[in-house]
Design a protein around this ligand. Sequence first.
Ligand SMILES: [Zn+2]
Length: 122
Amino acid sequence: MYIVNDILSAVIVAAKGLYPELDAQIQWDPTLSGDDLKAKIGRVGTWKKPEYGYTFFPDDSSTPTIGISPHIKVTTAAEVLAHELAHVAAGLEAGHGRVWSDAFNAIQLRANEIMARIGEGE
Ligand SMILES: [Zn+2]
């Protein structure tokens, strides 16, 4: 038994399809309030606690950690996940520039295609 149209899984499958090397530890972070649409990228200790999500790149270049607030709508969480996976794909230095936005749009588009296919019964 599983959720047949899980939008979070669709985002992960989309990102893996586009960036086969991409890896991240993804976790719900209940300490993120989810009160305001703010997400941050950075290294630990250098930024204020975000409210929706974050990508943490360890100093030793090991697998990044993505945290998402469990207090937000599932559809919003999926968008935040796509946002954060785009950071992992684009790299820390890309910020929210062109490389990141191209990755974000590509992941979103692919995830929507996957969800549409599920809707049609594949
Ligand atoms: Zn961001």
